[in-house]
Design a protein around this ligand. Structure first.
Ligand code: GDP
Length: 293
């Protein structure tokens, strides 16, 4: 289902997330490991405020392992608690509980000191559409016999899912909007399939993807399509892909849109290998540049 974000929807989404936040001890912020900054809601700090959180880098199976490690380092340096996961197969998901206990250790110990009886950790999942929230909820729920129960919520009763012995998870995630204002962010979101809607023309997105691969993963594109001169213009490579894949219109003209769709399906589905679209150094340089202006 595609979501069109209008100011009214954004206000409503923000309010819903803020209400849910009040019910939990910890927030699991789900990001796409292939583009962690671009898949982050731009107002996350204002919305979540100082609620303890874990940054879950999902779809780590599709991202470049070398850059996965660099991103973990980066998030640690930013003072966050990051974890690489793959909600589809469940890799890393088993560590979420322990990590949550660690993050909340002091808070819960202080409570115990005041004589407040210890209870389960309450948590919620938060992220932009299509980042893997439902997959993660299902994955977590499957680990134990799922029991749900009502707890009074602010607007309606919330359902909680028991996760192991020590945790309860809100059964509906918080959904926030992605960044739209930056064209490059839009291209990364679209190329990776981090957002499902076609917000930009497929041809433009495919050309962006091809150029990125030419620069950073040339052998991936070469191996998949057996192209000739890899230093050719991206449009020429897209034409070659179209030709190889038989994307022809009547009269033998290459159907560029079809070629773009095929290429993007391959890219998004990991058939061109594990690819990371955004690198921490680049982000830091951009921030420094902005600060110097
Ligand atoms: P939601 O909109 O945030 O709830 O996202 P979904 O859970 O519906 O996931 C969106 C798409 O991403 C689905 O096609 C999932 O199968 C896929 N997906 C989710 N997590 C992962 C992951 O860790 N790895 C891979 N390869 N695909 C994933």
């Amino acid at each position: 289902m595609s979501i069109q974000w209008f100011p009214g929807h954004m206000t409503k989404a923000r309010r819903q997330v803020e209400e849910k936040c009040k019910l939990v001890d910890i927030v699991f912020e789900l990001l796409d490991a292939r583009l962690p900054d671009s898949s982050r809601n731009p107002m996350i700090h204002e919305i979540v405020k100082d609620k303890p959180r874990i940054v879950l880098l999902n779809k780590a199976d599709l991202a470049d392992q070398k850059w996965n490690e660099r991103w973990i380092k980066e998030w640690n340096e930013r003072g966050e608690t990051p974890l690489l996961i793959d909600a589809k197969t469940g890799k890393g998901v088993g560590q979420i509980s322990n990590l949550s206990e660690k993050v909340l250790e002091t808070k819960f110990a202080a409570r115990a000191k005041k004589g407040i009886r210890s209870r389960q950790i309450r948590a919620m999942i938060l992220g932009i559409p299509n980042v893997g929230k439902s997959s993660l909820i299902n994955r977590l729920a499957k680990r134990t016999a799922t029991q749900t129960g009502d707890r009074p919520g602010v607007t309606k009763a919330q359902q909680w899912i028991r996760i192991g012995k020590s945790m309860e998870l809100l059964d509906t995630p918080g959904i926030l909007w992605p960044k739209f204002e930056d064209h490059l962010v839009g291209l990364r979101l679209a190329a990776s399939g981090a957002i499902r809607e076609e917000i930009l023309p497929v041809e433009e997105v495919a050309l962006f993807g091809i150029e990125f691969l030419q620069q950073h993963y040339p052998s991936a594109i070469q191996m998949r399509y057996q192209l000739g001169d890899l230093s050719a213009e991206p449009i020429n490579l897209l034409e070659q892909i179209g030709q190889k894949r038989g994307c022809l219109r009547r009269g033998g003209v290459i159907d560029i849109e079809k070629a773009a769709e095929i290429f993007l399906q391959d890219l998004r589905g990991g058939r061109l290998g594990r690819i990371t679209f955004e690198r921490p150094d680049e982000e830091r340089m951009k921030i420094e540049e902005e600060n110097n202006q």
